[in-house]
Design a protein. Structure first.
Lengths: 114, 114
């Protein structure tokens, strides 16, 4: 079975500071990994995904994530955050192939303060 | 515009009164799924469908029903809602060729059962 652990439930930062949101996964087979963002009162939007190509993945809004197989991690980073990045971020894992299920972490609330 | 449309966006109902939340996608996706989102628990899968007339239970199916009579529609049915089904519900869809694409999500339905 696959699972995802988001190590921080809340991350407060100041505007223009760098941020890292941590995600570890567990799976016995090769996986696809995703980060989704949920702005207040909205649905989930795909930020970026890892699908076994380059280990450093760039997404929308200046975010990037690095797949680390040995540490089973897929941490999300941004070098300089804005107030508008305040949102909840979800890491998710899929085994791919004939298994389409996305398993989500519990989410990390990023709050960017002025 | 490619999208997943859920209705209604907000719903307040009373215990035991049957309700249906509709979900429709215009991307010809084979795979559709329902999730519920609760604070501190992330997103948990309720039911999914691999194609027309093919449905299966997710992680938290108790108290819910689904049907997939047409490819584009995947309604969620609560035959006798209870207060513990108060939650934010998301419908999602994807191509079935692999798990590599991730999901497209609807905007959500906030259900309150009193």
């Amino acid at each position: 079975a696959q699972s995802v652990t988001q190590l921080d439930s809340q991350v407060p930062v100041f505007e223009e500071a760098p941020v890292e949101l941590r995600c570890n996964y567990s799976s016995s087979v090769s996986v696809y990994l995703f980060w989704y963002v949920q702005y207040p009162n909205q649905g989930l939007q795909l930020l970026l995904k890892y699908t076994s190509a380059a280990t450093l993945v760039k997404g929308i809004n200046g975010f990037e994530a690095e797949f680390n197989k040995s540490q089973t991690s897929f941490h999300l980073r941004k070098p300089s955050v804005h107030i508008s990045d305040t949102a909840e971020y979800f890491c998710a894992v899929s085994r791919g192939g004939s298994n389409y299920k996305l398993t989500f972490g519990k989410g990390t609330l990023l709050t960017v303060n002025p | 515009e490619a999208q997943v449309t859920q209705n209604p966006r907000y719903l307040i109902t009373v215990t035991g009164k049957k309700l249906t939340v509709t979900c429709s996608q215009n991307m010809n996706h084979e795979y559709m799924s329902w999730y519920r989102q609760d604070p501190g628990l992330g997103l948990r899968q309720i039911y999914y469908s691999m194609n027309v007339e093919v449905t299966d239970k997710g992680d938290v199916p108790e108290g819910y029903k689904v049907s997939r009579k047409e490819k584009r529609n995947f309604p969620l049915i609560l035959e006798s809602p209870s207060p513990n089904q108060t939650s934010l519900y998301f419908c999602a869809s994807s191509f079935a060729s692999s798990g590599v694409y991730g999901y497209t999500f609807g905007s959500g339905t906030r259900l309150t059962v009193v």
